[in-house]
Design a protein around this ligand. Structure first.
Ligand code: FAD
Ligand code: NAD
Length: 467
């Protein structure tokens, strides 16, 4: 039986990054993945394929709606070859997952394909079909991720009533896609199909979309997506979903308790994700699971069993790839005897719609709830030369800073390329910059980043220059 310093169960962005860091630190490392491709949700049915389809559909929308504004005329009809678009997405995924295989080899990490299950706190049985083998691990990192959640009364048939996984590999463009849940998945994938010609209706339980982000972002994104033709039904509680032939019927009650029905050919259920521990047999190792099905961990991501850790979507906190990866690094370093730290307040959140949405730190609502006195500076993208040149005028940058010390407490953006711009805010907050610090830094002209400087100027004594 092979013995490892560390065994990692699950090869998503949590698990594979943990494996690389463990190997870098000189530990004999094994990674166990139940599928025969590495990369987990993120690379196979999450971040990467969704961004590939967002990019492809964005190009199409630019071509049919905006090329003419730029004086570009294309003779004849511009058509979508959806099969090719989905094939391209698959090839992007393949290149990316192959990259992880390469990294495992390069770092001399042993890869086991099969379902990992605890036999006890130091032994893991790996089952692939009829084949079973057991390895010994001094330490184990559980990185088994999450699966789509649903509502108790919904029967997902995975053909017409689908989750994000099926929505990333449809054979046809829906005529009317009804999306349950106006969160990240519903908006990203809803936008893909709207651009490709589907009618898209988003039915959301709360009174705003992306409800955990700053309210100004919810409003701005909804305004932009409405212009693109997406229909929103807020404060609607879905009570039934049924299918007859090719038609799905979604029943909901609005805030006046009136029953509303939506009929479409596809229904995307995107009401969140749930931690995944099926078949892991944690009970054999004595590992505790919370009432909500997560692996219970302390601040060091250690379970109640001291040589077993857990990271990523299977533990508390944001279900984000980069959060999982930071946790993978942290645990590897803890096992190696180091004292790393993660500031969860500085993990950015991004929605890759167009305009993009990006945030870090506290929202205005959170600061108000905590009775923190703050200043807000906001600058509209439309006032930038760069935005007018590209035609991407929706959005804003908002900076919230402490009223007394001017320390930046939160940065919230909507607009072109803000998924990349948010990194400036993360750096600033990591170094505990004031709004004045950002305001005094030179930002290249013309760039979208100038909106960050202008918002910082606005937060600092209302002295934005270009508005
Ligand atoms: P996962 O990536 O879920 O990986 C867990 C792995 O463990 C899987 O491969 C699974 O097969 C394996 N596994 C489970 N149990 C066992 C077992 N017993 N034995 C062996 N293997 C096992 N996040 C972002 O930050 N940015 C994005 O743009 C983004 N887009 C997304 C789009 C979609 C459509 C979805 C669904 C998610 C998206 N996410 C995004 C979220 C992101 O995918 C997750 O937060 C991330 O994948 C979590 O990483 P993880 O390593 O914890 O788990
Ligand atoms: P989410 O939590 O982002 O959104 C779920 C939405 O569904 C919320 O707005 C919620 O109010 C709504 N909802 C819940 N119950 C409902 C009901 N009964 N009727 C109508 N609406 C209801 O979840 P998601 O969009 O499914 O995404 C799952 C996870 O994947 C998220 O945690 C997210 O972080 C991650 N993800 C991240 C990205 C990204 O980083 N760009 C992209 C996709 C997914």
């Amino acid at each position: 039986m092979s013995t490892y310093d560390v065994a990692i169960i699950g090869s998503g962005p949590g698990g594979y990054v943990a494996a690389i860091r463990c190997a870098q630190l000189g530990m004999k490392t094994a990674i166990i993945e139940k599928y025969n491709v590495l990369g987990g949700t993120c690379l196979n049915v999450g971040c990467i394929p969704s961004k590939a389809l967002l990019d492809s559909s964005h190009h199409y929308e630019e071509a049919i709606k905006h090329f003419e504004d730029h004086g570009i005329e294309i003779p004849g009809d511009i058509k979508v070859n959806f099969k090719k678009m989905v094939e391209r997405k698959a090839s992007v995924v393949e290149q990316t997952t192959k990259g992880i295989e390469f990294l495992m080899n390069k770092n001399k990490i042993d890869v086991f394909t099969g379902m990992g299950a605890f036999k006890d706190a130091t032994h893991i049985e790996i089952t692939e079909g009829e084949k079973k083998q057991t390895i010994e691990a001094k330490n184990t990192i559980i990185a088994t991720g999450s699966k789509p959640a649903t509502l108790p009364f919904i029967k997902l048939d995975k053909e017409r009533i689908i989750t994000s996984t099926e929505a990333l590999s449809l054979k046809e463009i829906p005529k009317h896609l009804v999306v349950i849940g106006g969160g990240v998945i519903g908006l990203e994938l809803g936008q893909v199909y709207r651009r490709l010609g589907a009618d898209v209706s988003v039915v959301e339980y709360m009174d705003r979309i992306i409800p955990t982000m700053d309210a100004a972002q919810s409003k701005e994104l909804m305004k932009a997506m409405k212009k693109q033709g997406v229909k929103f039904y807020l404060s609607h509680k879905v009570s039934a979903v049924s299918k007859k032939g090719k038609e799905v019927t979604i029943t909901a009650t609005d805030k006046k308790d009136k029953e509303v029905t939506f009929k479409g050919d596809y229904c995307l259920v995107s009401v969140g994700r749930k931690p995944y521990t099926d078949g892991l047999k944690v009970e054999n190792a004595g590992v505790k699971i919370t009432e909500r099905g997560m692996i219970d961990v302390n601040d060091h991501l250690q379970t109640n069993i001291k040589n077993i850790y857990a990271i990523g979507d299977v533990v508390r906190g944001a279900m984000l790839a980069h959060k999982a990866s930071e946790e993978g690094t942290l645990v590897a370093e803890i096992i190696a005897g180091q004292k790393p730290h993660i500031d969860y307040n500085l993990i950015p959140g991004v929605v890759y719609t167009w305009p993009e949405v990006a945030s870090v730190g506290k929202t205005e609502e959170q600061l108000k709830d905590a009775n923190v006195e703050y200043k807000a500076g906001q600058f509209p993208m439309r006032a930038l030369g760069r935005s007018r040149a590209s035609g991407d005028i929706d959005g804003f940058v908002k900076i919230l800073s402490d009223k007394t010390t001017d320390e930046v407490l939160g940065v919230h953006m909507v607009g072109a390329r803000v998924a990349d711009l948010i990194a400036e805010a993360v750096v600033a907050m990591e170094f505990r910059a004031s709004a004045e610090d950002i305001a005094r830094m030179s930002h290249a002209h013309p760039t979208y980043a100038e909106a960050v400087k202008e918002a910082a100027l606005a937060a600092t004594d209302d002295r934005a220059l270009h508005i």
